[in-house]
Design a protein around this ligand. Structure first.
Ligand SMILES: NC(=O)c1ccc[n+]([C@@H]2O[C@H](COP(=O)([O-])OP(=O)(O)OC[C@H]3O[C@@H](n4cnc5c(N)ncnc54)[C@H](O)[C@@H]3O)[C@@H](O)[C@H]2O)c1
Length: 256
């Protein structure tokens, strides 16, 4: 693997499994020091052990992304360890699968805190360090729910909020050399959705006729973490096998 992240310090939040874990493995193999932070302590510790055994540089710490103090502790940990923060990846996501009338206020608030407020807190936590260094890349994992809309009220609205925060942050910190981009995955196979009864129908609805993998999302994140994307900021980048392409366009194509 080309060491495109050589010497970079990465805070990878929600990084213990699935997409976040794929990023941790890939970023470490690209030369980064990766602080994996999550609420799944066993999974995080296991992942770090695996990365270190493969010759990578990684650590794990517990971080509840809804808590401001936890973000401050993670920043302090990474600064004490590597003296800098070059990249923040925020993978944290919870999916409440209810429509508006069946979503409780408690579930609405928890989903927003987990998905959108965590992004606000994470940006505020790393920006002072990145500002001083006059460089940094902040990558947030959103969803195609914030492109097409989905029936899951709190999830969909919180993912739209992420795109909004990303736009504000990209403009606010552009002159500091800090880039902020939101990746919007479609259907990415993970250990939760691969066993669901809807998985075949969902796969069939993707024009590429397959789910994406965590590795494919991790490679897109690698582009944004590395300096090759140095002039790209404020973008919402969809990775979904054309799932979000309007169906009338698809049927027009099919008719030809
Ligand atoms: N898998 C998909 O099909 C898909 C599609 C679109 C978007 N996404 C988004 O991609 C991101 C990663 O999803 P995934 O598929 O890897 O699922 P996942 O559930 O395996 O990953 C989410 C991670 O966030 C962690 N997390 C949850 N709440 C947290 C908190 N309060 N503090 C710290 N960590 C917390 C979880 O422990 C987990 O490790 C999520 O934001 C999700 O919404 C996934």
């Amino acid at each position: 693997m080309n060491k495109v992240l050589d010497g970079k310090a990465v805070l990878n939040v929600g990084g213990a499994r699935s997409i976040g874990a794929a990023e941790a493995r890939l970023f470490a193999s690209a030369g980064a020091s990766v602080l994996v932070a999550d609420i799944l302590d066993d999974r995080g510790a296991e992942l770090v052990k695996e990365i270190v055994a493969a010759g990578g540089d990684a650590r794990y710490m517990r971080l509840d992304a809804r808590r401001e103090k936890d973000w401050d502790l993670a920043v302090a940990e990474l600064l004490a360890w590597r003296g800098t923060i070059d990249v923040l990846v925020n993978n944290v996501g919870v999916n409440d699968r209810n429509d508006i009338m069946s979503t409780s206020l408690e579930d609405w608030n928890n989903t927003f805190e987990s998905n959108a407020t965590s992004m606000f807190l994470g940006i505020r936590a790393v920006v002072p360090t990145m500002r001083k260094a006059r460089r940094g890349s902040i990558i947030n994992i959103g969803s195609t729910s914030s492109v097409t809309g989905t029936p899951f009220a709190a999830y969909c609205a919180s993912k739209w909020a992420m795109r909004g925060i990303g736009k504000v942050a990209a403009r606010e910190f552009a002159a500091d050399g800090i880039r902020v981009n939101t990746l919007c995955p479609g259907f990415i196979l993970n250990e939760f959705n691969e066993t669901q009864p809807y998985v075949d129908a969902l796969r069939d609805s993707v024009p590429m006729k397959r789910a994406g993998s965590s590795d494919e999302v991790a490679h897109l994140a690698l582009y944004f973490a590395s300096d090759v994307s140095s002039y790209v900021t404020g973008q919402d980048v969809v990775i979904d096998g054309a799932l979000s392409m309007p169906s009338y366009v698809l049927s027009t194509f099919a008719a030809k």
